[in-house]
Write a protein that binds this ligand. Structure first.
Ligand SMILES: [Zn+2]
Ligand SMILES: [Zn+2]
Length: 414
């Protein structure tokens, strides 16, 4: 038994049921925007706790916990998994399969820890539903699909999320991270980068490998693009500004003596400022176009794949939350950290209604594992296996501190 706040106990039975829920969710992951089994499971559990629920944005679920007059607070957890073959050796490891958009069958794993996010959110709902004397107001649980492809938050907003759910005055969310369980990392102001992903298809002219004069070699052309693109950050962006450009895939050709007719690469851009983002994307378009022209090739085709907004923690709300988290987890447990180059679509949910939001990281690993010599797998690794008992408990304490920090005050003021 742990005390969460005056009047809210976290019993051993509730903790055991949280661990069990986590193991169930971990064993049954689903790919982005295909989380229908997960959505059904979550909606049923929320209904059993007495929440109103509705589905939103395809496989999203919204749960509304009403408890009289008071502030409205939003709490978001993402629900999707990744196309990764799990290699954790856990006895509840996933053997699930899924299909990518093009139909390819792939293994599926909760390798980003969104299963911990769901287990924490459902447990917070259970604790709040069971202690209605300890707070007043409304909590809106946003169980968001498709985070990994930047699609879910946008889909929920487009599906009329804020016409159907009460509008919160603030929205909170958190992510499990390879730091010590029991601790959280939080930023005030910019927390995570914007992210843009493109696919570039470079057209050449096919010919026999012995007859380059007949060809426009798309491999040489695309290679020039890749190299020239490296100069955007090093030679164009202001040295005191941050940007990352990564070319993550490059494919062309089938045989060594055929000059192929096309090449294809995908790239990802991370930035913190809108003006730097525009500068980098403009430079990419300029270089891709000009290199095609330099080879007398047709202009390469750019397809925009994903775009994530900046994740911005409203400084006033974040500073207040930092105090609340210190109260719940201890002074030493809360670190203020600089922004990270990772990305999230969380910010869109609050941006859509112009309210503040705060996002933070909670610890995945026991101290012993952090101190051991072995390298520790991070998010998106096939070996990512948080020490889920302390990690989930940390997540619940942090979620409850944030939610009660908004709806708990009301009770004392009544
Ligand atoms: Zn992820
Ligand atoms: Zn994630």
């Amino acid at each position: 038994m742990t005390s969460i706040a005056p009047g809210i106990e976290f019993t051993d039975a509730e903790q055991q049921s949280m661990y069990e829920l986590y193991r169930e969710l971990h064993a049954s992951p689903e790919l982005s925007m295909q989380e229908s089994g997960t959505a059904k499971h979550l909606a049923e559990r929320l209904q059993r706790l007495g929440l109103e629920t509705f589905s939103c944005g395809g496989t999203g679920v919204v749960g509304i916990l009403r408890n009289g007059d008071g502030p409205v607070v939003g709490y978001r957890a993402d629900t999707d998994a990744l196309p990764i073959q799990e290699d954790t050796g856990l006895d509840f490891a996933s053997s699930a399969k899924g299909n990518l958009a093009d139909g390819t069958e792939v293994p599926v794993m909760h390798a980003c820890g969104h299963d911990t996010h769901m287990a924490v959110a459902l447990t917070a709902a259970e604790l709040l539903a069971g202690a209605k004397n300890a707070w007043a107001g409304t909590v809106v649980f946003l169980l968001q699909p498709g985070e990994e492809i930047g699609a879910g938050a946008r889909a929920m907003v487009a599906d009329g999320l804020w016409d159907k759910a009460p509008k919160p005055e603030v929205i909170y969310g958190q992510h499990v991270w390879p730091i010590q369980a029991g601790t959280v990392n939080i930023s005030s102001g910019t927390a995570m980068a914007m992210s843009d992903s493109w696919k570039v298809t470079v057209q050449g002219r096919q010919a026999h490998g012995s007859q380059p004069e007949q060809s426009i070699d798309p491999i040489v052309l695309a290679a020039h693009m890749v190299v020239r693109i490296q100069t955007i950050v090093s030679r164009e962006v202001h040295p005191m500004k941050s940007a990352v450009i990564t070319i993550g895939t490059f494919h062309s050709g089938l045989k060594e003596n055929i000059i192929p007719d096309s090449a294809e690469f995908t790239l990802n851009v991370r930035t913190f400022d809108q003006d730097v983002r525009k500068q980098v994307l403009d430079a990419l378009r300029r270089i891709i176009k000009a290199e095609s022209a330099a080879s007398e090739a047709p202009e390469a085709v750019i397809e925009e794949l994903y775009s994530f907004p900046r994740c911005y923690n409203d400084p006033m709300t974040a500073d207040r939350l930092i105090e609340q988290l210190r109260g719940a987890l201890g002074n030493e447990a809360v670190s203020e950290v600089p922004p990270v180059m990772g990305s999230e679509d969380f910010g869109l949910l609050a941006e859509a209604i112009g309210v503040p939001s705060v996002y933070w990281m909670f610890g995945a690993y026991k101290q012993e594992r952090l101190e051991a010599d072995a390298p520790l797998p991070g998010n998106h690794s096939p070996h990512f296996a948080p020490d889920y008992e302390p990690a989930l408990t940390t997540g619940v304490h942090a979620a409850m501190a944030a939610i009660l920090g908004t709806v708990g005050e009301q009770r004392q003021n009544r």
